[in-house]
Write a protein that binds this ligand. Structure first.
Ligand code: HEC
Ligand code: HEC
Length: 199
C-alpha cells in the first residue's frame, strides 16, 4: 500500500524541480588566459546549441526550430510566428498563447516552464554566429544588458528560461554540460579577463 502511494506521488512530481536548484556563483581566486579560453570554448558549445540559439536570433524577430528533434535542416518557427518589437508577439499572437505553464508531455508540444516565454534581445544575436562574435557580444556591457560577467553568471542562476534549456521536455536534447558547470565556466572566463578566440 505504502509503495502504491509512493508511486502515485512520484507520478505527479515533475521530473526536474526547476526552481529548487541552488546555483553557486563564487568566482575562482584566479584563472590564466589559457583556462579562460578553454572555459570560453565550453561556453560557446552552450550558447550555440539549439536550446539556446533558437531564441537568440538577433535582429530577426523569427524564432528558429533547429536541432535533431526538428529534422536535418534548421527552419523558422512554423505558423509564421513573429515576436515583433515586443519580443513576446504582442503585436500579433503572444508566445504565451501556446507556450504555457509547463513542457507538454508528448514530443513536439510547445515547451515551457512558466518562465514568460519570449525572444532574446536583438543585441544577443547568437544563431549561426561565430565563437568570436558571440564572445565579444557577451563581454560587452553595452550589449549584454549592462552587466559585469559576474552579474551575467548571477543572472543565469536565477533565469527560468535557462533552467528550461537543461530540462526541455520529451524528444529535445538538453543544452550541454549543466547549468552549474555553465555558470562556473562564465566565472572562470570572467576572472581570466574574458579572452576571446581569434575566430
Ligand atoms: C525562450 C527563449 C530563450 C531561450 C531558449 C534562451 N534564452 Fe537567453 N535570453 C532570453 C531573453 C528573453 C533574454 C533577455 C532577458 C534577460 O536578460 O533575462 C535572454 C538573455 C540572456 C542572457 C543575458 C545577456 C545577454 O547577452 O543579453 C544570457 C547570457 C542568456 N540569455 C543566455 C542563454 C543561454 C546560455 C541559453 C541556453 C542554455 C539561453 N539563453 C536560452 C530568451 C531565451
Ligand atoms: C500557435 C502556437 C505557438 C505560438 C503562438 C508560439 N509558439 Fe513557439 N512553439 C510552438 C510549438 C508547437 C513548438 C514545438 C514544435 C516542435 O517541437 O516540433 C514551439 C517551439 C518553439 C521554439 C523551439 C524551442 C526548442 O529549442 O525546441 C522556440 C524558440 C519558440 N517556440 C519560440 C516562440 C516565441 C518566441 C514565440 C512568440 C513570439 C512563440 N514561440 C509562439 C508553438 C507556438
Amino acid at each position: 500500500m505504502r509503495r502504491l502511494i509512493f508511486a502515485v506521488l512520484m507520478a505527479t512530481v515533475p521530473a526536474v524541480a526547476l526552481s529548487a536548484e541552488d546555483i553557486q556563483t563564487n568566482p575562482p581566486a584566479s584563472a590564466t588566459e589559457a583556462e579562460g579560453l578553454e572555459a570560453w570554448s565550453r561556453i560557446y558549445e552552450v550558447t550555440s546549441h539549439s536550446r539556446c540559439s533558437n531564441c537568440h536570433t538577433g535582429p530577426s524577430d523569427r524564432p528558429m526550430w533547429s536541432g535533431p528533434s526538428y529534422g536535418a535542416e534548421p527552419r523558422r518557427h512554423g505558423m509564421n510566428i513573429r515576436a515583433g518589437e515586443s519580443r513576446i508577439g504582442a503585436e500579433t499572437l503572444p508566445c504565451s498563447t501556446c507556450h504555457g505553464a509547463q513542457n507538454g508531455e508528448v514530443p513536439h508540444s510547445p515547451p515551457d516552464n512558466a518562465s514568460g516565454w519570449m525572444l532574446a534581445p536583438v543585441e544577443a544575436h547568437w544563431f549561426g554566429q561565430s565563437s568570436r562574435t558571440i564572445c565579444e557580444q557577451l563581454r560587452d556591457p553595452a550589449r549584454n544588458g549592462g552587466r559585469t560577467l559576474n552579474e551575467v553568471a548571477q543572472h543565469l542562476g536565477h533565469d527560468l528560461i535557462l533552467r528550461w534549456a537543461w530540462a526541455p521536455g520529451p524528444g529535445r536534447e538538453p543544452a550541454p554540460y549543466s547549468l552549474q558547470e555553465h555558470v562556473d565556466d562564465l566565472l572562470i572566463w570572467g576572472v581570466a579577463g574574458a579572452p576571446c578566440p581569434q575566430q
